[in-house]
Design a protein around this ligand. Structure first.
Ligand code: ATP
Length: 362
């Protein structure tokens, strides 16, 4: 039996806005789940229903098999870290960490042991006497995380906890949070709009759009087997290239060239989509420069190149279609020249142009 079960969960706000639709998810004990999606897709609403800060309009929420819809936040044994991780400014790091336990009347010796232990895990031992204003953003964030995990809780909820940090601190905190999760082992649900955060931290990712779950899967599954164009475009940076066109005689025309669809989808699926709109998708990094046998081969003009150090983003077009290719920086092509590139059949995806669902690969 799953540790947390969300069954047909819906949220309809008092003004009638339906923010979350039929959300179904089983979460195992100790799992790290990321909820991702663009602003307004219902991530925070879902998290707040799990926390007990927002009532569930319809559906069942179970903790360890017990219906928890009506349980208060305290009863749920949950700790939360929010985007604005307000620390008590007049208290030292030690007192910020100890505060929750003091309120509960925990013995001073036990508090001292726990604070020192958490400080060690989080690398805060040298800062215990400092006030929050004398800490860096990343250190403050660690105090906020420490304050949440110092009480032994079963469920740890985080809502965009890294959004106040600069890019470098975010990368560091990402690995620190996964490390803490490994040490503490609490079931964690983490909300972010940043797909890189989700990809690097989660055991499983839930991709949401306009209140609906689009797909649930491991980072690997979402990257290699996206169910629709939304997920394919959301996971991966720069996003997957899409070329919308119609099927004619089992082929599509891409960058002025006719390509056979039977290389990537079954003959039945090719026939089923004859004359219909489809979208070809491939990732910027899913190409090789030059012509390769048994690959789709295209030619396009280089509009712009961006050298990023470990790779170069090459923006190409043929006047109609604009694409991004990721290439080795040593292979950066010159602007305004024509380049040939090849897409392995395994790296090409075909989507139904109307439903935007992936067409099953061969
Ligand atoms: P963000 O990344 O911007 O925080 P989110 O995915 O977390 O977005 P939510 O905060 O869950 O999104 O909001 C989902 C939708 O519900 C939004 O359209 C929002 O405007 C709406 N919403 C949120 N709170 C309320 C409320 N109290 N009453 C009515 N609508 C609300």
């Amino acid at each position: 039996m799953a540790y947390l079960s969300l069954r047909e969960i819906n949220k309809i706000y008092p003004n009638g806005f339906h923010a979350v639709h039929d959300f179904n998810l089983d979460i195992e004990q100790g799992e790290f789940i990321c909820l991702v999606g663009p602003s307004g897709c219902g991530k925070s609403t879902t998290l707040r229903m799990i926390a007990g800060l927002e009532n569930i309009s319809k559906g069942d929420f179970l903790i360890d098999g017990v219906r928890a819809n009506e349980m208060g936040p305290r009863e749920r044994e949950i700790a939360m870290v929010f985007q604005s991780y307000a620390l008590y400014p007049h208290m030292s790091v030690y007192d910020n960490l100890a505060f929750g336990l003091s309120l509960q009347g925990v013995d001073e010796d036990i508090i001292d042991e726990k604070v020192n232990n958490i400080a060690r895990i989080l690398g805060l031992t040298d800062y215990l006497d400092r006030k929050p204003r004398a800490l860096s953003g990343g250190q403050r964030q660690r105090v906020a995380v420490g304050r949440a995990i110092i009480r032994k809780v079963g469920i740890f909820l985080m809502d965009e906890p890294l959004s106040n940090l600069d890019a470098k601190q975010r990368v560091t905190m990402r690995s620190e949070i996964t490390d803490i999760h490994r040490k503490v082992g609490s079931t964690t649900i983490y909300v972010t709009h940043d797909q890189t955060e989700a990809m690097t931290m989660a055991d499983r990712i839930v991709v949401m759009k306009e209140g609906y779950i689009q797909q649930v899967g491991t980072p690997y599954e979402l990257y290699f087997n996206p169910v629709n164009m939304f997920v394919a475009g959301f996971i991966g940076e720069p996003p997957m290239n899409f070329i919308r066109t119609n099927v004619h005689d089992g082929k599509i025309t891409v960058l002025g060239k006719d390509i056979e669809l039977s290389h990537i989808i079954s003959d039945e699926n090719v026939s089923a989509h004859e004359g219909k709109p489809v979208a070809l998708g491939f990732r910027p990094e899913g190409i090789v420069l030059g012509e390769q046998e048994n690959f789709y081969v295209f030619e396009a003009t280089v509009d712009l190149t961006e050298l990023l150090g470990d790779n170069t983003n090459v923006y190409v077009s043929d006047g109609d279609t604009n694409l991004i290719l990721k290439v080795d920086p040593h292979d950066t092509p010159k602007m305004d020249t024509k380049i040939v590139f090849s897409v392995p059949y395994a790296n090409a995806y075909l989507f139904d142009g109307e439903s935007e669902m992936v067409i099953e690969k061969k």
